[in-house]
Design a protein around this ligand. Structure first.
Ligand code: SAH
Length: 266
């Protein structure tokens, strides 16, 4: 990298209209949701997954079929997962595991979340609303995979990472995909990113003992926050907060295992 990241980083100064580039030969970004999900069904029905071991597209569609079977029903989330190349976000040595439902190391002691956790959290974030979400804030860019998925489901994605090595890695990973609506930020996500607020959605990939007040302040009325948090039982669980005209509504959902939310930079 010849130049340091600016704040926020615009990954595509040329403003290409391509929503998801395709340097590794994945599914065309122009396919409609029905085509992707329909293709998924016909692909497995026709037995074409027999070649999956050599074909990232087949592996990815197999992953999406499992997400569907496991209860993810939002067609837009499934489409975004079907066209986002998870194998491009992990080390080459781990690429053959990229479409298994497993978290994988991404360096500096951090992990890329399991596909079903990514899908579940984004499905919750979307709350079944039609069309794209507005501006979304992600805390914990990591390798940039979830930001790439979110880029297809939100008008703008602001994603913050506190570890410079991972922030730069995410920049490198995302650059070939030319996603003009993804803005990578190097900073402490506990403070949110006030300049992009208010957010239609806030999603965290790291969990603390409480939700930072900045996140709640920066959430739009009508917006939703989805984050792991250590609850009263001492276990980490997914927490959903809806900001309504009447105030904040909290729900505590299933147990999860995320890396800790840490303050400061590293
Ligand atoms: N969504 C990521 C998952 C990364 S793991 C992906 O797709 O790869 C969670 C990330 O949260 C880690 O990279 C960790 O460094 C980061 N993190 C933890 N505390 C943070 C904070 N206060 N601000 C920003 N990032 C944080």
């Amino acid at each position: 990298m010849s130049s340091r990241a600016r704040f926020p980083v615009d990954l595509n100064k040329s403003g290409s209209s391509v929503r998801l580039g395709n340097p590794m030969g994945g599914v065309s970004p122009s396919v409609k949701p029905a085509t992707v999900v329909g293709g998924l069904r016909s692909s497995s029905a026709s037995g074409r997954t027999a070649h999956a071991a050599h074909d990232p597209v087949a592996l990815r569609l197999g992953m999406v079929a499992k997400l569907k079977a496991g209860g993810i029903s939002d067609a837009l989330v499934l489409q975004a997962m079907a066209i986002t190349e998870r194998h491009s976000f992990v080390d080459t040595g781990l690429a053959n595991q990229a479409y298994e439902d497993t978290s994988l190391p991404i360096g500096l002691g951090q992990t890329i979340s399991k596909p079903n956790v990514v899908a579940r959290m984004i499905e919750l974030l979307r709350a079944g609303k039609p069309g794209l979400l507005g501006r979304v804030l992600e805390i914990g860019t990591g390798c940039g995979y979830q930001a790439a998925v979110l880029s297809q489901l939100a008008t703008e994605v602001y994603s913050i990472e506190r570890l410079r090595g991972l922030h730069e890695r995410a920049q490198d990973n995302l650059r070939p995909f030319r996603l003009p609506n993804v803005h990578l930020l190097f900073g402490d996500g506990m403070a949110g990113f006030a300049k992009g607020a208010p957010y239609a959605g806030i999603i965290a990939a790291a969990g603390g003992n409480a939700l930072p007040s900045a996140w709640l302040d920066q959430l739009a009325v009508g917006g939703r926050l989805v984050a792991p948090m250590v609850t009263d039982t001492g276990q980490q669980a997914l927490v959903v907060v809806d900001k309504t005209q009447q105030g904040l509504q909290h729900s505590v959902l299933e147990a999860v295992h995320f890396v800790p939310l840490k303050s400061g930079l590293g």
